[in-house]
Design a protein around this ligand. Structure first.
Ligand code: GLN
Length: 542
C-alpha cells in the first residue's frame, strides 16, 4: 500500500479536494486502484449536523455516512464508492479514544494526544486503506498547516510516513496559494515559502508543491519555489483557474506530474491512458447548445451548498452536448417577487430542511407545471411539488408538510408526514433514513423508460414522506407514483401525467452521478430542457 498525503497552506478553499481527486484520477489512468480519505479537524462526528453555509453541501454515501463534500469529488473523479470511515474527524477520533478509556483499554496509563490520539488516527487511516483492497490511498488533510486543530493529524501522518516503508511509499503534496500583487502583476512566493517552513518544523518534507494561482506559474516563480522549498523544479506544479474542474488532471499531467509521481514511487514503467478522460473534457468544453437551468434553493449565495446538483447537471450536459447555464434563485426572493422564473428551460428544486423558502419552492413547481417547463424536484423538491399539486390541482388549500408543525404550521392536510420509524427518534446526528435503499419502478412509466429496469438503488436522506392516506387521491389527480419501496406504501418517485418532464424522486440521484456515469434522471431532465431550449429557439442563440 502506498500513500499520497495532501496538506494545505496559506488559506483554506484552495481546491485541495480537486487536487487530491485529480492526482487520484492520474494514478487510476496509470492502472492503479485508488481510494481516498478526507480528514476534517473539527469536533463534529460527521458533517450531518452542519448547515450548508458552515460547510457546503452534506454528501451522502452508500452506507448512509453524511460526510464532507470532498468525498463527492473523490467519488466523481475516481468512479468509486467510499464509506463513512473514509471521512475522519477530530470528533470521531476523540470519541473512540475516550470510549476506549472508559472501557479500560488503557488501564494504568495517562491517555495523551501523543501517542493515543495519533495512534488512533494512524490506525484509522491504515485500516481504511487496507480494507479498500486498493493499491494507493490518498489522504487529504483539511484545514491549513499551522492551525492548532490539525496538529495531531500532521504528527500522525509524519509518523505514518516512517512506518510504511520508505519515502517511495508515502508522497507528500503541499498545496499553497501564489497571489498576484495587482499593481505590479507579479506572482509572489513568500506565502508558499512560509507555509513550507511551518510544515518542515513539524517534520514533514513536501515532495511536490501545487501552487494555486489565477494564471499558470511563471517559469521563474516555479524555479524560486523549487529553490526555497527544496523540491526539484519538475515537482512544482501550477494549478491555474480552469474552465472545468475535470480539466485539472490534464493540466497536471501536461506539466509532468504523473511521470514525476510514478518515478518517485518506483513505478516509472507504467503506461498512462488518458483517452477516456480527454474525450470527456472535450465534450464538456465544446457543447452544442446552451440550456438555462434555474436552481431554487435557500443557500444559493454559496454554490458549494448544491455542489452535487451542479456537478450532476454538468455530467448530463457533457453527455448530451448541452452547456448548462445555472441561474441561482433564492426561494424567498421568488416569494417577494424579487426574482423571476422567466426564460428557463428547466427548473430544479434540490433537497433541504426547514420552512424558510418553502412557499417559493411551491411557486416554482406550480410555474413549471403550468408552463410545461421541465422540472426535477429532489427530496424536499419532491415534497414541495406534492404540496403544490395537493393545493392547486386537488384544491386542498391548506396542504402542507408535517415537518413544519414545529415551526407553527397548522394543517388539516399533512400530505407529507413523518416516516413512522422516525417517531421514536429524538437525537439529531445520523438518525434520518440514510444511504442506499432499493426502489421498485412500475413498468410502463417514464421512470421505467429512464432507468431501463424495475429495481434500482439510490441514496436517501430524509425524515418525511408522502402521507400514505393521500396516495390514491394523488394518483387520480395525475401525480403518478412510479417508484416505491418494497412495502409499496413508501413513495420514492412522482411523475406528472401529461407534462413533457415533471419528475421528482424522494431520493438523491445526484450523489451517484459521475462524469463517466451521469445519473439517469439528470440525463433525462437535461435532455428535456435541451428540447425545450431548441423549441423556444433559445438553444441556438446562446
Ligand atoms: N426535510 C425533508 C425530510 O426530511 C427533505 C429532506 C431532504 O431534502 N434531504 O424529509
Amino acid at each position: 500500500m502506498k500513500y499520497v498525503i495532501v496538506t494545505g497552506g496559506v488559506l483554506s478553499g484552495l481546491g485541495k479536494g480537486i487536487t487530491v481527486s485529480s492526482i487520484g484520477r492520474l494514478l487510476k489512468c496509470a492502472g492503479f486502484e485508488v481510494t481516498a480519505i478526507k480528514i476534517d479537524p473539527y469536533l463534529n462526528i460527521d458533517a450531518g449536523t452542519m448547515n450548508p453555509y458552515e460547510h457546503g453541501e452534506v454528501f451522502v454515501l452508500d452506507d448512509g455516512g453524511e460526510v464532507d463534500l470532498d468525498l463527492g469529488n473523490y467519488e466523481r473523479f475516481l468512479d468509486i464508492s467510499v464509506g463513512r470511515d473514509n471521512n475522519i474527524t477530530t470528533g470521531k477520533v476523540y470519541k473512540s479514544v475516550i470510549d476506549k478509556e472508559r472501557r479500560g483499554k488503557y488501564l494504568g496509563k495517562t491517555v495523551q494526544i501523543i501517542p493515543h490520539i495519533t495512534n488512533e488516527i494512524k490506525n484509522r487511516i491504515m485500516d481504511v486503506a487496507e480494507r479498500s483492497g486498493t493499491d494507493i490511498c490518498l489522504v487529504e488533510l483539511g484545514g491549513t498547516v499551522g492551525d492548532i486543530e490539525s496538529m495531531p493529524f500532521l504528527e500522525a501522518v509524519r509518523q505514518l510516513s516512517r512506518e510504511v516503508g520508505g519515502r517511495q511509499n508515502c508522497i507528500f503534496v503541499h498545496t499553497t496559494l501564489v497571489p498576484v500583487m495587482s499593481v505590479v502583476g507579479e506572482q509572489k512566493t513568500k506565502p508558499t515559502q512560509h507555509s513550507v517552513k511551518v510544515l518542515r518544523e513539524i517534520g514533514i518534507l513536501p515532495d511536490i508543491i501545487v501552487g494555486r494561482s489565477r494564471k499558470p506559474l511563471e517559469y521563474n516563480i516555479k524555479k524560486k519555489i523549487a529553490l526555497f522549498c527544496d523540491v526539484p523544479l519538475e515537482a512544482v506544479i501550477s494549478a491555474p483557474d480552469a474552465k472545468s474542474i475535470y480539466q485539472v488532471p490534464l493540466l497536471f499531467h501536461d506539466q509532468g506530474l504523473t511521470e514525476y509521481l510514478l518515478r518517485r514511487m518506483g513505478e516509472e514503467d507504467r503506461e498512462v491512458d488518458l483517452t477516456e478522460w480527454k474525450e470527456l473534457v472535450s465534450s464538456l468544453l465544446h457543447p452544442e447548445a446552451a440550456v438555462n437551468i434555474g436552481i431554487v434553493g435557500k443557500y444559493t449565495f454559496l454554490a458549494d451548498a448544491y455542489m452535487s446538483h451542479s456537478e450532476a447537471l454538468a455530467h448530463a450536459g457533457a453527455k448530451t452536448g448541452a452547456k448548462i447555464k445555472i441561474r441561482w434563485l433564492e426561494a424567498e426572493d421568488l416569494e417577494k417577487g424579487k426574482a423571476s422564473l422567466d426564460d428557463l428551460d428547466g427548473i430544479l428544486v434540490p433537497g433541504g430542511f426547514g420552512i424558510r423558502g418553502i412557499e417559493g419552492k411551491i411557486m416554482a413547481s406550480k410555474h413549471a407545471r403550468e408552463n410545461k417547463i421541465p422540472y426535477l424536484g429532489i427530496c424536499l423538491g419532491f415534497q414541495t411539488a406534492t404540496m403544490d399539486i395537493a393545493r392547486n390541482v386537488m384544491k386542498l388549500k391548506d396542504a402542507h408538510s408535517a415537518e413544519f408543525e414545529e415551526e407553527g404550521i397548522e394543517t388539516k392536510n399533512p400530505v407529507i408526514c413523518l416516516l413512522p420509524e422516525q417517531k421514536k427518534i429524538k437525537s439529531k446526528g445520523a438518525t434520518m433514513r440514510l444511504g442506499l435503499c432499493e426502489v421498485n419502478i412500475r413498468s410502463g412509466t417514464k421512470a421505467h423508460k429512464i432507468y431501463g429496469k424495475e429495481k434500482i438503488e439510490e441514496r436517501h436522506r430524509h425524515r418525511y414522506e408522502v402521507n400514505p392516506d393521500y396516495i390514491d387521491r394523488f394518483e387520480k389527480a395525475g401525480w403518478v407514483f412510479s417508484g416505491r419501496d418494497n412495502d409499496t406504501i413508501r413513495i420514492e418517485i412522482g411523475e406528472l401525467k401529461g407534462h413533457p418532464f415533471f419528475m421528482a424522486p424522494q431520493f438523491h440521484p445526484e450523489f451517484k452521478s459521475s462524469p463517466t456515469r451521469p445519473a439517469p434522471l439528470y440525463l433525462a431532465f437535461v435532455e428535456a430542457a435541451k428540447k425545450r431550449a431548441k423549441k423556444t429557439n433559445r438553444g441556438e442563440k446562446r
